[in-house]
Design a binder for this molecule. Structure first.
Ligand SMILES: Cc1ncc(COP(=O)(O)O)c(C=O)c1O
Length: 304
Protein backbone atom coordinates (compact mmCIF):
# COMPACT_ATOMS: atom_id res chain seq x y z
CA UNK A 1 0.00 0.00 0.00
CA UNK A 2 1.32 3.46 -0.88
CA UNK A 3 0.59 6.15 1.67
CA UNK A 4 -0.05 9.63 0.29
CA UNK A 5 0.09 13.16 1.62
CA UNK A 6 -1.57 16.31 0.38
CA UNK A 7 1.43 18.64 0.32
CA UNK A 8 2.15 21.87 -1.57
CA UNK A 9 -1.37 21.71 -3.08
CA UNK A 10 -1.05 18.23 -4.59
CA UNK A 11 -1.15 14.55 -3.66
CA UNK A 12 2.32 12.98 -3.43
CA UNK A 13 3.64 9.74 -1.92
CA UNK A 14 4.13 10.36 1.83
CA UNK A 15 7.82 9.45 1.52
CA UNK A 16 8.32 12.40 -0.88
CA UNK A 17 6.66 15.05 1.31
CA UNK A 18 9.58 16.84 2.99
CA UNK A 19 10.03 20.30 4.46
CA UNK A 20 13.21 22.40 4.62
CA UNK A 21 15.31 22.65 7.76
CA UNK A 22 14.72 26.41 8.09
CA UNK A 23 10.92 26.09 8.14
CA UNK A 24 9.64 28.54 10.77
CA UNK A 25 7.23 26.15 12.50
CA UNK A 26 9.97 23.54 13.06
CA UNK A 27 11.92 26.04 15.16
CA UNK A 28 9.17 27.90 17.03
CA UNK A 29 6.19 25.52 17.17
CA UNK A 30 4.14 27.90 15.01
CA UNK A 31 1.75 25.34 13.59
CA UNK A 32 -1.67 23.90 14.33
CA UNK A 33 -2.66 20.30 14.00
CA UNK A 34 -5.75 18.17 14.09
CA UNK A 35 -6.28 14.48 14.70
CA UNK A 36 -9.16 12.84 12.87
CA UNK A 37 -10.18 9.20 12.94
CA UNK A 38 -11.30 7.06 10.06
CA UNK A 39 -13.14 4.03 11.45
CA UNK A 40 -13.34 0.88 9.34
CA UNK A 41 -16.69 -0.88 9.02
CA UNK A 42 -15.79 -4.38 7.80
CA UNK A 43 -19.36 -5.41 6.98
CA UNK A 44 -19.94 -2.44 4.71
CA UNK A 45 -16.32 -2.27 3.51
CA UNK A 46 -16.44 1.41 4.31
CA UNK A 47 -14.37 3.95 6.24
CA UNK A 48 -16.27 6.62 8.13
CA UNK A 49 -14.45 9.84 8.98
CA UNK A 50 -15.84 10.97 12.31
CA UNK A 51 -17.04 14.58 12.74
CA UNK A 52 -14.72 15.70 9.95
CA UNK A 53 -16.31 19.14 9.63
CA UNK A 54 -16.02 19.90 13.35
CA UNK A 55 -12.29 19.11 13.26
CA UNK A 56 -11.75 21.59 10.41
CA UNK A 57 -13.94 24.19 12.14
CA UNK A 58 -11.59 23.94 15.13
CA UNK A 59 -8.56 24.20 12.83
CA UNK A 60 -10.01 27.30 11.16
CA UNK A 61 -10.58 28.96 14.56
CA UNK A 62 -7.04 28.11 15.64
CA UNK A 63 -5.68 29.64 12.42
CA UNK A 64 -7.34 32.95 13.29
CA UNK A 65 -5.54 33.00 16.62
CA UNK A 66 -2.17 31.97 15.18
CA UNK A 67 -2.57 34.36 12.22
CA UNK A 68 -2.40 31.58 9.67
CA UNK A 69 -4.41 32.29 6.54
CA UNK A 70 -5.69 28.99 5.23
CA UNK A 71 -6.41 29.16 1.52
CA UNK A 72 -9.15 26.50 1.87
CA UNK A 73 -12.73 26.58 3.10
CA UNK A 74 -13.92 23.94 5.53
CA UNK A 75 -15.73 22.13 2.70
CA UNK A 76 -12.56 22.12 0.59
CA UNK A 77 -10.54 20.69 3.49
CA UNK A 78 -13.14 17.95 3.95
CA UNK A 79 -13.01 17.12 0.22
CA UNK A 80 -9.18 16.99 0.18
CA UNK A 81 -9.25 14.64 3.18
CA UNK A 82 -11.81 12.28 1.68
CA UNK A 83 -9.80 12.20 -1.59
CA UNK A 84 -6.60 11.47 0.34
CA UNK A 85 -8.08 8.52 2.25
CA UNK A 86 -9.73 7.14 -0.88
CA UNK A 87 -6.45 7.33 -2.76
CA UNK A 88 -4.64 5.38 -0.01
CA UNK A 89 -7.36 2.68 -0.12
CA UNK A 90 -7.25 1.79 3.60
CA UNK A 91 -9.26 -1.16 4.91
CA UNK A 92 -8.61 -0.61 8.61
CA UNK A 93 -8.87 2.02 11.32
CA UNK A 94 -6.80 5.06 10.46
CA UNK A 95 -5.66 8.37 11.88
CA UNK A 96 -5.50 11.56 9.82
CA UNK A 97 -3.11 14.37 10.67
CA UNK A 98 -3.79 17.80 9.12
CA UNK A 99 -1.23 20.55 9.80
CA UNK A 100 -1.51 24.27 9.10
CA UNK A 101 1.89 25.85 9.53
CA UNK A 102 4.16 28.86 9.13
CA UNK A 103 5.99 27.62 6.07
CA UNK A 104 8.51 30.41 5.38
CA UNK A 105 12.11 29.28 5.51
CA UNK A 106 12.92 32.27 7.65
CA UNK A 107 14.01 32.58 11.26
CA UNK A 108 12.91 35.15 13.87
CA UNK A 109 10.29 34.79 16.60
CA UNK A 110 6.97 36.20 15.33
CA UNK A 111 3.65 35.32 13.77
CA UNK A 112 3.51 38.11 11.19
CA UNK A 113 5.09 38.46 7.73
CA UNK A 114 5.37 34.73 7.14
CA UNK A 115 3.89 32.40 4.52
CA UNK A 116 1.42 29.73 5.56
CA UNK A 117 0.74 26.29 4.18
CA UNK A 118 -1.44 23.27 4.81
CA UNK A 119 -0.68 19.56 4.59
CA UNK A 120 -2.50 16.39 5.55
CA UNK A 121 -1.56 12.72 5.65
CA UNK A 122 -3.13 9.52 6.97
CA UNK A 123 -1.86 6.21 8.26
CA UNK A 124 -3.23 3.00 9.84
CA UNK A 125 -3.59 3.36 13.60
CA UNK A 126 -5.32 1.10 16.10
CA UNK A 127 -6.16 1.80 19.75
CA UNK A 128 -4.02 4.50 21.41
CA UNK A 129 -4.30 3.47 25.07
CA UNK A 130 -5.02 -0.06 26.30
CA UNK A 131 -8.37 -1.42 27.57
CA UNK A 132 -7.91 0.46 30.84
CA UNK A 133 -5.50 3.24 31.78
CA UNK A 134 -3.51 3.62 34.98
CA UNK A 135 -3.04 7.36 35.51
CA UNK A 136 -1.12 9.72 37.74
CA UNK A 137 -1.55 13.39 38.47
CA UNK A 138 1.29 15.12 36.69
CA UNK A 139 3.79 17.47 38.27
CA UNK A 140 3.48 19.47 35.03
CA UNK A 141 0.65 22.04 35.02
CA UNK A 142 -1.53 22.86 32.00
CA UNK A 143 -0.73 26.43 30.91
CA UNK A 144 -3.24 29.24 31.21
CA UNK A 145 -4.94 30.71 28.13
CA UNK A 146 -2.73 33.81 28.59
CA UNK A 147 0.43 31.66 28.33
CA UNK A 148 -0.46 29.48 25.33
CA UNK A 149 -4.18 28.88 24.67
CA UNK A 150 -4.87 25.15 25.26
CA UNK A 151 -8.23 25.40 23.44
CA UNK A 152 -6.42 25.26 20.10
CA UNK A 153 -3.96 22.62 19.02
CA UNK A 154 -0.76 24.65 18.70
CA UNK A 155 2.14 22.26 18.07
CA UNK A 156 4.48 24.21 20.37
CA UNK A 157 2.08 23.77 23.28
CA UNK A 158 2.43 19.99 23.06
CA UNK A 159 5.87 20.09 24.64
CA UNK A 160 3.90 20.55 27.88
CA UNK A 161 1.92 17.38 27.10
CA UNK A 162 5.10 15.51 26.15
CA UNK A 163 6.75 16.37 29.49
CA UNK A 164 3.70 15.05 31.33
CA UNK A 165 3.32 11.89 29.24
CA UNK A 166 6.96 10.86 29.54
CA UNK A 167 7.04 11.55 33.28
CA UNK A 168 3.95 9.33 33.66
CA UNK A 169 5.31 6.49 31.53
CA UNK A 170 8.74 6.58 33.17
CA UNK A 171 6.98 6.32 36.55
CA UNK A 172 5.09 3.21 35.38
CA UNK A 173 1.73 4.78 34.46
CA UNK A 174 -0.10 4.86 31.12
CA UNK A 175 -1.26 8.45 31.12
CA UNK A 176 -0.89 11.74 33.00
CA UNK A 177 -3.69 13.94 34.29
CA UNK A 178 -2.60 17.55 34.29
CA UNK A 179 -3.90 20.21 36.68
CA UNK A 180 -4.64 23.84 35.93
CA UNK A 181 -2.30 26.55 37.28
CA UNK A 182 -4.72 26.95 40.24
CA UNK A 183 -4.67 23.21 40.97
CA UNK A 184 -7.92 21.93 39.47
CA UNK A 185 -8.16 18.91 37.21
CA UNK A 186 -7.66 19.85 33.56
CA UNK A 187 -7.09 16.94 31.15
CA UNK A 188 -4.88 14.11 29.94
CA UNK A 189 -2.04 14.66 27.48
CA UNK A 190 -4.30 13.81 24.54
CA UNK A 191 -7.67 13.31 26.18
CA UNK A 192 -10.40 15.03 28.15
CA UNK A 193 -11.46 13.48 31.44
CA UNK A 194 -14.87 12.54 32.87
CA UNK A 195 -15.86 11.35 36.34
CA UNK A 196 -19.09 9.67 37.39
CA UNK A 197 -20.26 11.08 40.72
CA UNK A 198 -23.74 10.27 42.09
CA UNK A 199 -24.67 8.82 38.69
CA UNK A 200 -23.92 12.06 36.81
CA UNK A 201 -21.03 12.85 34.50
CA UNK A 202 -18.69 15.56 35.73
CA UNK A 203 -16.04 17.05 33.44
CA UNK A 204 -13.78 20.12 33.69
CA UNK A 205 -15.30 23.26 32.15
CA UNK A 206 -13.91 25.00 29.07
CA UNK A 207 -12.26 27.59 31.36
CA UNK A 208 -10.20 24.86 33.08
CA UNK A 209 -7.47 25.12 30.40
CA UNK A 210 -8.74 22.20 28.34
CA UNK A 211 -8.89 21.48 24.67
CA UNK A 212 -12.65 21.43 24.19
CA UNK A 213 -12.67 17.98 22.64
CA UNK A 214 -14.94 16.74 19.90
CA UNK A 215 -15.14 13.34 21.60
CA UNK A 216 -16.04 15.17 24.83
CA UNK A 217 -18.92 16.85 23.03
CA UNK A 218 -19.95 13.51 21.48
CA UNK A 219 -19.99 11.81 24.89
CA UNK A 220 -22.00 14.63 26.51
CA UNK A 221 -24.63 14.34 23.75
CA UNK A 222 -24.74 10.50 23.73
CA UNK A 223 -24.98 10.34 27.53
CA UNK A 224 -27.93 12.75 27.52
CA UNK A 225 -29.77 11.38 24.46
CA UNK A 226 -29.16 7.66 24.86
CA UNK A 227 -28.79 7.16 28.63
CA UNK A 228 -30.56 10.20 30.07
CA UNK A 229 -27.37 10.97 32.00
CA UNK A 230 -26.64 14.65 32.56
CA UNK A 231 -23.14 16.17 32.36
CA UNK A 232 -22.02 18.92 34.72
CA UNK A 233 -19.10 21.06 33.50
CA UNK A 234 -17.29 22.49 36.52
CA UNK A 235 -13.88 22.73 38.22
CA UNK A 236 -12.86 19.38 39.75
CA UNK A 237 -10.63 19.01 42.80
CA UNK A 238 -7.78 16.50 42.70
CA UNK A 239 -9.17 14.41 45.57
CA UNK A 240 -12.49 14.01 43.73
CA UNK A 241 -10.56 11.80 41.30
CA UNK A 242 -9.74 9.35 44.08
CA UNK A 243 -13.33 8.83 45.22
CA UNK A 244 -15.19 8.94 41.87
CA UNK A 245 -17.51 6.03 41.07
CA UNK A 246 -16.11 5.85 37.55
CA UNK A 247 -13.55 7.73 35.49
CA UNK A 248 -12.74 7.69 31.79
CA UNK A 249 -10.72 9.58 29.19
CA UNK A 250 -12.06 10.75 25.82
CA UNK A 251 -10.20 11.66 22.65
CA UNK A 252 -10.08 11.03 18.94
CA UNK A 253 -7.07 8.74 19.39
CA UNK A 254 -8.11 7.17 22.73
CA UNK A 255 -11.88 6.94 22.01
CA UNK A 256 -13.40 6.26 25.47
CA UNK A 257 -10.73 4.70 27.69
CA UNK A 258 -11.72 3.64 31.21
CA UNK A 259 -9.39 4.75 34.00
CA UNK A 260 -8.68 1.92 36.45
CA UNK A 261 -6.65 3.94 38.94
CA UNK A 262 -5.25 7.40 39.65
CA UNK A 263 -2.10 7.78 41.76
CA UNK A 264 -2.61 4.12 42.80
CA UNK A 265 -6.11 4.83 44.16
CA UNK A 266 -8.45 2.30 42.59
CA UNK A 267 -11.43 3.94 40.82
CA UNK A 268 -14.62 2.14 41.88
CA UNK A 269 -13.86 -1.59 41.79
CA UNK A 270 -10.98 -1.02 39.37
CA UNK A 271 -13.08 -2.63 36.64
CA UNK A 272 -14.91 -0.84 33.82
CA UNK A 273 -17.90 1.00 35.36
CA UNK A 274 -21.45 0.57 34.09
CA UNK A 275 -21.96 4.04 32.58
CA UNK A 276 -18.50 3.92 31.00
CA UNK A 277 -19.21 0.52 29.44
CA UNK A 278 -22.58 1.61 28.03
CA UNK A 279 -21.05 4.76 26.56
CA UNK A 280 -18.23 2.73 25.00
CA UNK A 281 -20.74 0.42 23.29
CA UNK A 282 -22.87 3.27 21.95
CA UNK A 283 -19.83 5.27 20.83
CA UNK A 284 -18.28 2.31 19.05
CA UNK A 285 -21.45 1.86 16.96
CA UNK A 286 -21.81 5.57 16.26
CA UNK A 287 -18.25 6.09 14.95
CA UNK A 288 -18.50 3.08 12.61
CA UNK A 289 -21.70 4.34 11.01
CA UNK A 290 -23.81 1.64 12.70
CA UNK A 291 -26.29 3.99 14.36
CA UNK A 292 -28.54 5.67 11.80
CA UNK A 293 -29.44 8.48 14.24
CA UNK A 294 -25.88 9.79 14.13
CA UNK A 295 -24.95 9.20 10.48
CA UNK A 296 -24.61 12.96 10.02
CA UNK A 297 -21.42 12.72 12.07
CA UNK A 298 -19.91 10.13 9.71
CA UNK A 299 -18.43 10.88 6.28
CA UNK A 300 -18.25 7.78 4.07
CA UNK A 301 -15.06 7.68 1.98
CA UNK A 302 -15.73 4.97 -0.59
CA UNK A 303 -18.57 5.13 -3.16
CA UNK A 304 -21.51 3.01 -1.95
C1 LIG B 1 -4.74 17.89 25.05
C2 LIG B 1 -5.92 17.22 24.43
N1 LIG B 1 -7.06 17.17 25.11
C3 LIG B 1 -8.15 16.57 24.62
C4 LIG B 1 -8.13 15.96 23.38
C5 LIG B 1 -9.37 15.31 22.85
O1 LIG B 1 -9.92 16.08 21.81
P1 LIG B 1 -10.76 15.39 20.65
O2 LIG B 1 -11.83 14.62 21.30
O3 LIG B 1 -11.28 16.54 19.85
O4 LIG B 1 -9.82 14.52 19.88
C6 LIG B 1 -6.95 15.99 22.62
C7 LIG B 1 -6.90 15.36 21.30
O5 LIG B 1 -6.98 15.99 20.31
C8 LIG B 1 -5.83 16.65 23.15
O6 LIG B 1 -4.68 16.72 22.45
Amino acid sequence: MTLYAYFHKQFVPLSEAKIGIMTHSLHYGTALFEGIRGNWNSERKQIYLFRLKEHYERLHKGCRVLKISLPYTIDELCRITVDLVERCGFQEDIYIRPLAYKSSESLGVRLHDLDDDFLVFAFPWGPYLGDKARCCVSSWRRPDDNVIPPRIKITGLYVNNAFAKTEAVENGFDEAIMLTPDGHVSEGTGENIFLVINGKLITPASYNNILVGITRDTVIKLAQNELGVETIERPIDRSELYVAEECFLTGTAAHITPVAEVDRYKIGSGEVGEITRKLQEIYSDVIRGNNSKYLDWCTAVYKE
